[in-house]
Design a protein around this ligand. Structure first.
Ligand SMILES: [Zn+2]
Ligand SMILES: [Zn+2]
Length: 143
């Protein structure tokens, strides 16, 4: 993985950069992630908020209620609809921001360390057996 990490949406209106290595890498199988992505799970990289910034444009946000309380804020490009960020709570700042692995300019190094919300995993997209799996969120909420 080469720093800084860069990425953005398919139309180029929103771009981001992160100067530090990821805190964690995960796959989330929850129903909300299925609906917003259109796929069976979302691959996400958690980046330290202090090292992350948007370098062009800003995403539009949509919030859903979070199982752990509060809201789950997900960001997407308002021009092209590409899903970009997640894991944030607008009312409770966290020290990380999630970005979708597929939005990274180079995503070949992505290696999930945990599978979340395996209770919602679809039979045709089973969680990996070689990483930690959680029925819902892990003990330290990182949805
Ligand atoms: Zn876009
Ligand atoms: Zn999810």
């Amino acid at each position: 993985m080469n720093l800084p990490l860069t990425g953005g949406c398919v139309c180029g209106a929103v771009r981001y950069q992160c100067d530090a290595r990821p805190i964690a890498m995960l796959k989330c199988h929850c129903r909300d992630c299925q609906r917003v992505s259109g796929g069976p799970h979302v691959c996400a990289v958690l980046l330290p908020s202090s090292a992350f910034r948007f370098t062009q444009g800003m995403p539009k946000y949509y919030c859903t209620s979070s199982e752990g309380g509060g809201l789950h804020r997900r960001g997407f490009c308002s021009e092209c609809g590409s899903r970009l960020t997640g894991g944030e709570d607008p009312d409770q700042p966290r020290d990380f921001i999630g970005v979708t692995a597929g939005s990274l300019d180079e995503a070949g190094w992505f290696a999930p360390e945990m599978e979340l919300w395996t209770c919602d995993a679809l039979s045709w997209d089973p969680p990996r057996a070689d990483v930690a799996a959680f029925d819902k969120n892990p003990p330290d909420p990182q949805e």
